[in-house]
Design a binder for this molecule. Structure first.
Ligand code: G4P
Length: 289
């Protein structure tokens, strides 16, 4: 698989690892931001090892774009793994007002112990982690009221760690550096590309659109048929579906052939833009042992 995104250059991964290792000891908890549409594919594969022993709040972000029933299943899955879970749409802010309470609930024993020692009002520190484009900056801005524009996340642009206060006794550490997904797994790369998280070519557009057609035909057939006015017949491949949809849209080239490249771009744009509806592209059952 090609991953041309220089943000995930091995040197940057090493640097990010070092930065997390240097700071984690000072943290009370870790807040891991995931894309609710692809909660596993949007995870950093090394996060457990990097943050071992720290209480974890999983934020399922982009719930406005995800399948609501699947979001519930994922929330239950992460709770069963011992994490606190918050379902959020960081763009509108829905759910973000529960963040501070969720952190305090997660840390209630520690807070009670401090209280018993008379240390009321001790500041709790939370490291916020997430792969690029998951909505980390939007989330931090919403929970803190931070107005600053997103700092550059590019190689060669130095970004220092940022402490972001949420209230008097809760602070976030917006870690500089780039957290990588598990991109050695091709299916992860494809899911990230479906959502637009990887903008660089992972597979070519038509191939990606064929995979998406197959997924939608298998899991959300009615949304696909309604949007493109097509009928899914037994044995149709993703490419067949792309041709059928392109023909309905009238995307023809001379000779009457379907311009599949144009249809592929339309499918991906419409999917990412929410025109086909709300989807989750993996479920906890996919990860059952
Ligand atoms: P990052 O720091 O993790 O890299 O991501 P960032 O917050 O920059 O968010 C990436 C894009 O995703 C932004 O859109 C942001 O508005 C959008 N986004 C973040 N959270 C959510 C969410 O819960 N729901 C939806 N629908 N979108 C979300 P953009 O197009 O880059 O910018 P803009 O359109 O907001 O200006």
């Amino acid at each position: 698989m090609q991953v041309e995104n220089l943000s995930w250059f091995p040197g940057h991964m090493t640097k990010t690892r070092r930065m997390i290792a240097a700071e984690i000891g000072h943290m009370d908890a870790v807040c891991e931001i995931l894309d609710a549409r692809i909660p596993m594919a949007s995870r950093n594969p090394d996060i457990d090892e990097l943050t071992v022993g720290k209480p974890r709040l999983v934020v399922l972000n982009r719930v406005d774009q995800a399948d609501a029933a699947q979001t519930k299943e994922w929330a239950a899955y992460f709770r069963a793994c011992g994490c606190a879970v918050l379902e959020v749409d960081a763009k509108s802010g829905a759910g973000t007002n529960r963040f501070a309470a969720a952190v305090r609930e997660l840390l209630r024993e520690k807070l009670r112990a401090y209280e018993e020692k008379g240390q009321v009002g001790r500041v709790m520190r939370v490291m916020v982690l997430g792969i690029p484009n998951v909505g980390k900056s939007t989330f931090i801005n919403k929970v803190s009221g931070r107005k600053t524009a997103k700092a550059e996340d590019r190689p060669g642009v130095t970004r220092t760690k940022q402490w972001v206060p949420v209230d008097k006794t809760l602070e976030l550490l917006d870690t500089p550096g780039i957290l990588w997904p598990k991109f050695e797994d091709k299916s992860v790369g494809i899911k990230l590309a479906f959502t637009g998280a990887i903008r660089d070519s992972v597979v070519d557009t038509e191939e990606l659109a064929c995979h998406l057609m197959e997924y939608l035909a298998a899991h959300y057939p009615s949304a696909l048929c309604e949007r493109y006015k097509i009928t899914i017949e037994e044995g149709m491949s993703g490419y067949d579906l792309l041709i059928a949809a392109g023909r309905k849209r009238g995307f023809l080239v001379s000779g009457g052939e379907v311009n599949t490249e144009r249809m592929a771009n339309v499918l991906l744009d419409e999917f990412r833009g929410g025109k086909l509806g709300r989807f989750t592209l993996e479920s906890p059952q996919d990860y059952a042992d």
